[in-house]
Design a binder for this molecule. Structure first.
Ligand code: A3P
Length: 304
């Protein structure tokens, strides 16, 4: 099946999820050809649920031991998406598009569509998700920025909302994306860590320690006492990252198009509950209701 999706592109239903041609081709290619390193850690998410933040945090955790002395983190000069490559875009186009010494890869691919090589390997997966209403609003802003840079009139919010509520978005339906990783995290708790943006925001320190432990890069007592956790939190905070020159003024390759996109669009507000400034209470209730019905019986309750 094919529908007209966001940005006027055709979206295709493949193995239960919607993709535009760029991501579909990328996905099929990695399903056939991708082989992870056994130590790779995957940062998985649906778009606009905290990927950039999680990339920054995992990258900072993993590379911290190299930073003793005067070396500064690449996070200060490169945007998080240029520190951690995307499986279905960066690596689909060129598998060598990564620094093998940094065992971090990110993906928006739903759990059930991941290359078998990842599922059957000893790789770990960290998944982040977020309240559907905030994810939708964030997606709408992000894609509207894309459309503007392509000189295309942004899709009206109401139309985009209709698509989203029908599950139509890249890597959607959103609820099935979340459920796939949730169920897998219950089945394979050593392999998959399931996080929410809201919980990470509420207690970032506890989550950074949990992340480090899960990744196999726990903080030593000495590091904790030396303020290492706090240093990483500050360096990766919305305020810090969004005020860096590279994230304010530089330009990122927009996947699938030759049109550049400002790095700054990856940093919008970074808040919980901004949906209320954009959706009517009725729209919010409708999406809540959809999510509640879809997640029913799964044991998962997403924060609202
Ligand atoms: P908002 O649009 O609600 O502000 P993704 O990284 O998956 O594309 O998600 C983008 C969302 O994460 C955006 O949300 C963005 O502002 C927010 N974000 C980006 N960097 C962040 C950070 N360091 N800390 C918290 N949120 C961040």
């Amino acid at each position: 099946p094919k529908v007209k999706g966001w940005r006027g592109y055709d979206y295709y239903l493949y193995q239960g999820f919607w993709y535009d041609t760029f991501f579909l081709e990328g996905l099929v290619s990695v399903q056939e050809h991708f082989h992870p390193q056994s130590t790779d850690i995957f940062v998985a998410s649906s778009p606009k649920t905290g990927t950039t933040w999680l990339k920054a945090l995992t990258f900072a955790i993993l590379t911290r031991s190299r930073l003793s002395g005067s070396t500064t983190s690449s996070l200060l000069t490169k945007m998080p998406h240029d520190c951690v490559p995307f499986l279905e875009s960066d690596l689909a186009q060129d598998p060598s598009n990564r620094d093998l010494a940094i065992p971090l890869v990110s993906t928006h691919v739903p759990y059930s569509c991941l290359p078998q090589s990842i599922i059957s390997s000893s790789c770990k997966i960290i998944y982040i998700c977020r309240d559907a209403k905030d994810a939708f609003v964030s997606l709408w802003y992000f894609l509207s920025a894309h459309q503007r840079s392509e000189n295309v009139e942004p899709l009206p919010l109401e139309e985009a909302f209709e698509l989203f509520c029908n599950g139509i978005a890249n890597f959607g339906p959103y609820w099935d994306h979340v459920l796939g990783y949730w169920r897998a995290s219950l089945e394979f708790p050593e392999k998959i860590l399931f996080l929410t943006y809201e919980e990470m925001k509420k207690d970032t320190a506890a989550h950074v320690k949990k992340l480090a432990e899960f990744m196999g890069y726990s903080f030593t007592l000495e590091e904790e006492e030396g303020g290492e956790v706090q240093k990483i939190i500050s360096m990766c905070s919305f305020e810090e990252l969004s005020s860096l020159e590279v994230n304010k003024n530089a330009v990122h390759r927009a996947p699938g198009t030759s049109i550049p996109i400002q790095n700054s669009v990856f940093f919008r507000k970074g808040e919980i509950g901004d949906w209320a400034n954009h959706l009517t209470p009725e729209m919010g209730a409708r999406l809540d209701d959809i999510m509640e019905k879809k997640l029913k019986g799964s044991g998962l309750k997403l924060p609202r």
